[in-house]
Design a protein. Sequence first.
Length: 176
Amino acid sequence: MIPQLPFGRTGHQSSQVLFGAAALGAVSQQDADRAMETILRFGVNHIDTAASYGEAEVRLAPWMKRARAEFFLATKTEKRTYPEARDQIQKSLERLQTNQVDLLQLHAVVEDAEWEAVFAPGGALEAAVEAKAKGYTRFVGITSHSLNAPRLHLKSLERYAFDSVLVPWNYMLAQR
């Protein structure tokens, strides 16, 4: 079994290896089922998906119906405005066939202009905070995928008490 560690400020004991469900975006349900059986067998209890990962949320839906309690389920929105993010969050819940995810992340906030849009009045952060208030998610996080990520995350944490931040780490880039 894969060891577990506390995940962010969520209190969840997540497997040290989480399952990036982007891998399910373009596979059959049969292939997705085999992958899910494998992660369960090895004790992976944290699934990370996103609306933008093709059919990944749809492939996960049967598993959420029968084994929802086994997983810490995270999804993401890459939309930057309140109405777009609100609609995408609802669509993700429908596609996952669940009424709540554990973590909703503002996804791939890379550029300063994107950050400004997310945090502006009428921005995506408002949709995430509303989703938490309505019980659609238990936690709110933010992700970034650039060398700019640490700076943007620090700036983000000054504006909102995110429960998690996803920081990229790339061996080759770390050699610079």
